[in-house]
Write a protein that binds this ligand. Structure first.
Ligand code: CO8
Length: 258
């Protein structure tokens, strides 16, 4: 079932929707179209009586999602950066507020926007080969899809500051230790484990599940941190250092920041 989506593969069994981000050659990087496809799918599935929960994973062996698509950062000006970041915020907030459980099944790299996608999901389960990180500062920007807010909320300010400022990737074991993921399993058991976890949730009253998600999320987003993130992200996008960071990645060379 691809339902007309170019970058998403959709399967459904036992009322569980399995969504696979499918841009394997780009390590499933989130281009604008993929973000829009995710949004369209969620809006459609929200009222679908035959969908009780959603699992999001990445295509292939190597990557969940390796971030926003850096090719779309070429010639990005401040206005476009604000629009892109705001749109991503809206889509990721839709995930966080989704009235049915959404689990990220993290099968490899969860970097930048990919980690932000996982953070917006209600629960995270990862395979032992997964790697987590915020490489944005290597590009001369900061996380722009809610990561500066959701990461500290989930794992605490100290570890979040460390991950964001150093850009150091962490392993699944560290992620479990930090409370970044809920469970760690062997690679070939990831989807089975994610399905078992979601089954536990969808066997309960759907109204109570929806209310619990709303209530737990109730404390989020009242602060203006999300707005500050969009402002600061777009400010970074106006810098020469950002242009250098993007060019260096695309030319596969180290950045020379001023
Ligand atoms: N965007 C575009 N292409 C990518 C991305 C990406 N994020 N990540 C990997 N690719 C591409 C590579 O360019 C390469 O393409 P090609 O085969 O055509 O050369 C292909 O995927 C395979 O990648 P590598 O050869 O680099 O594979 P390695 O195993 O050597 O390395 C890594 C894997 C470590 C994951 C490496 O690819 C990497 O560092 N990727 C970039 C990670 C990154 O910086 N992500 C953060 C992006 S910024 C971001 O997410 C901001 C989110 C907020 C946005 C707010 C609004 C705009």
């Amino acid at each position: 079932m691809n339902m007309g989506y170019e970058n998403l593969k959709i399967e459904k069994a036992d009322n569980i929707l399995l969504v696979t981000i499918s841009r394997e050659k780009q390590l499933n990087a989130l281009n604008k179209q993929t973000i829009e496809e995710l949004y369209e799918l969620l809006i459609a599935e929200k009222e679908n009586q035959t969908t009780s929960g959603v699992i999001i994973t990445g295509a292939g062996e190597k990557s969940f999602v390796a971030g926003a698509d850096i090719n779309e950062f070429l010639n990005l000006d401040k206005g476009q950066a604000i629009a892109l970041s705001e749109r991503g915020h809206h889509v990721f907030n839709t995930i966080e507020d989704f009235p049915k459980p959404i689990i990220a099944a993290i099968n490899g790299y969860a970097l930048g926007g990919g980690l932000e996608l996982a953070l917006a999901c209600h629960l995270r389960i990862a395979s032992e080969n997964a790697r987590f990180g915020f490489p944005e500062l290597n590009l001369g920007i900061i996380p722009g899809y809610g990561g500066t807010q959701r990461l500290p909320e989930l794992i605490g300010k100290g570890r979040a500051m460390e991950m964001i400022l150093t850009t150091q990737q962490i392993t699944s074991n560290q992620a479990l230790d930090y409370g970044l993921i809920n469970d760690l399993v062997l690679k070939d058991q990831l989807l089975t484990a994610a399905k078992e976890l979601i089954q536990k949730i969808i066997s309960k009253s759907p109204e109570a599940v929806k209310s619990a998600i709303r209530a737990v999320n109730g404390n989020c987003r009242d602060k203006n941190g999300f707005k500050i993130e969009i402002d600061e992200f777009s400010k970074c996008c106006g810098t020469q250092n950002f242009r250098e960071g993007v060019a260096a990645f695309l030319e596969k060379r180290p950045s020379k920041f001023q």
